[in-house]
Design a protein. Structure first.
Length: 185
């Protein structure tokens, strides 16, 4: 039985979407003066929502990338809301967006310190070079994620495609650290 329960917080969900049609970005800029569009610097238009607080990049190919959501659900909702706003303003969007989660970034606290110098000896696929980076880099195979682990017991988990993978990865690592007696409480 673990001594502590990790506190996990989803920080950012990145989703890609496509409506499988071309979209006139200049028209969106005309109808929504608060969007950011500088085609000479970047081919995408930035469409921000206040709730959920997200930024959706829209490309004239009909492809989109939504960032800033704090859950998978918020990600889907944000893309749907952007498409609805475009339709309401008269932009023809014939298809429903196909949304796919690309990456979930989460932070967590394990509730104790970690013996980072000893950890690479007991954690396969781990790298710890404190002269280059203060955290241990652990590549987990199942679920496929990368965890940056710090001596403070705080970590960043990236690469998950589902929220449940984040929880599984952090809990798997926590259990392993405790089993190897690498946690200090």
């Amino acid at each position: 039985m673990p001594k502590t329960t990790p506190l996990i917080s989803i920080e950012n969900v990145v989703a890609s979407a496509s409506v499988n049609q071309t979209i006139d970005l200049n028209e969106i800029t005309r109808l929504f003066p608060d969007v950011e569009y500088h085609p000479e610097q970047f081919p995408g238009l930035v469409f921000r929502l206040k709730a959920p607080k997200t930024a959706t990049l829209i490309f004239n190919s009909g492809k989109m990338v939504c960032t800033g959501a704090k859950s998978e659900e918020q990600s889907f909702k944000a893309v749907t809301m952007v498409v609805q706003k475009l339709r309401k303003s008269g932009i023809k969007v014939e298809n429903e967006p196909e949304v796919e989660i690309q990456n979930i970034v989460a932070s967590a606290s394990l509730g104790g310190r970690v013996k980072l110098e000893e950890a690479p000896l007991n954690l396969p696929r781990s790298m710890y070079e404190p002269e280059q980076f203060p955290g241990l880099i652990h590549r987990m195979l199942e679920p496929k994620t990368v965890i940056l682990l710090f001596a403070s017991g705080k970590l960043v988990c990236t690469g998950a495609k589902k929220e449940e993978e984040v929880y599984k990865a952090v809990n798997n690592l926590h259990t392993l650290l405790e089993a190897e007696e690498l946690m200090i409480y």
